[in-house]
Design a protein around this ligand. Structure first.
Ligand SMILES: NC(=O)c1ccc[n+]([C@@H]2O[C@H](COP(=O)([O-])OP(=O)(O)OC[C@H]3O[C@@H](n4cnc5c(N)ncnc54)[C@H](O)[C@@H]3O)[C@@H](O)[C@H]2O)c1
Length: 278
């Protein structure tokens, strides 16, 4: 398929946290469908590498920095005169710098499973919350909730007057199912689903759709950090594997396209059967 006959021909699409992982793959698929991707992430050099490959713009953007968000969206308006698609993808698990907690969580899960199979009550307990600082808690909420809110607000200054556009927020199965040892991440992702539904209603009269993708477990740098947990996760997934970035990128293409023109306020969850209700 050439950029002229895709589902997103002529669209301008800004993706946050897009230098790698799910964001980068969405940018590739959007470009293949004819869109101009605007790659944003913490490092401008990383964004530039991907933007050079895809032929789009690159901006350093920390989504927790409200002033920086305003500045980047103003540049998009000045350079392109429009914005058709925003993907609020930037995210952190909160465990990036805490490998000892990941290992501890795995050990506790395995011990509790062994206890259960032996017919015994749990002999160990997950207490990561007791070792989580105020800063660690706030950082996870800021990247996901402040970031999604700040970027949506600035996108709407462009999309509102256009009376057209679509916004996709990255939730997670963890936002509805919860997860022991991941309270901040689960709270943030649950909040993103609330933001999605509220903004879908707020913007619908302006012709702007807002939806969420709630991925299951997907192979990226974020889940690489889960190390020993990964085989267990694959085993617990009904499809018997973790997903790949394209499993999410194609969901984003659909939601961004006119094929989803009657879809707003929804949560699409490619998750290999992990959970069947979001
Ligand atoms: N991988 C999974 O299994 C999975 C599952 C459910 C949801 N998600 C969500 O999908 C999104 C993408 O995750 P991924 O797996 O590609 O992770 P990833 O770690 O590979 O990529 C995340 C990107 O976000 C960027 N980022 C982090 N903080 C930022 C900030 N303050 N401002 C701007 N960019 C920032 C990082 O630099 C990185 O490039 C996240 O929102 C994540 O929570 C991922």
């Amino acid at each position: 398929m050439t950029p002229n006959d895709g589902r997103l021909t002529g669209k301008v699409a800004l993706i946050t946290g897009a230098a790698r992982g799910l964001g980068a793959q969405m940018a590739r698929r959007f470009r293949d469908e004819g869109a101009t991707p605007i790659i944003t992430d913490l490092s401008e050099a990383d964004c530039r590498t991907l933007a050079d490959e895809l032929g789009g713009d690159a901006y350093a953007l920390d989504v927790t920095d409200s002033a920086a968000v305003t500045e980047v969206f103003a540049k998009v308006a000045a350079n392109h005169g429009r914005l058709d698609i925003l993907v609020n993808n930037a995210g952190i698990s909160g465990m990036e710098d805490r490998p000892e907690e990941v290992q501890r969580g795995y050990d506790i899960t395995m011990t509790q499973m062994a206890d259960s199979m032996a017919g015994n009550p749990p002999s160990v307990f997950n207490d990561v919350t007791l070792r989580t600082t105020d800063d660690e808690w706030h950082r996870v909420l800021a990247v996901h909730l402040d970031g999604t809110f700040f970027c949506t607000r600035e996108a709407m200054r462009i999309m509102g007057p256009q009376q057209a556009g679509t916004i996709i927020n990255l939730g997670s199965i963890m936002g509805t199912s919860g997860g022991a040892g991941a309270a901040a991440y689960c709270a943030a992702k649950a909040g993103i689903l609330g933001l999605t539904r509220s903004h879908a209603l707020e913007f619908v009269a302006q012709g702007i759709r807002v939806n969420a993708i709630a991925p299951g477990w997907i192979e990226t740098a974020m889940t690489d950090a889960l190390g020993p947990m990964k085989p267990l996760i694959s085993m617990q997934t009904p499809m018997g594997r973790m997903g790949d970035a394209d499993d999410i990128a194609w969901a984003a293409v659909y939601l961004a396209s006119d094929e989803a023109k009657f879809v707003t306020g929804q949560v699409l969850s490619p998750n290999g059967g992990w959970t069947m209700s979001q």
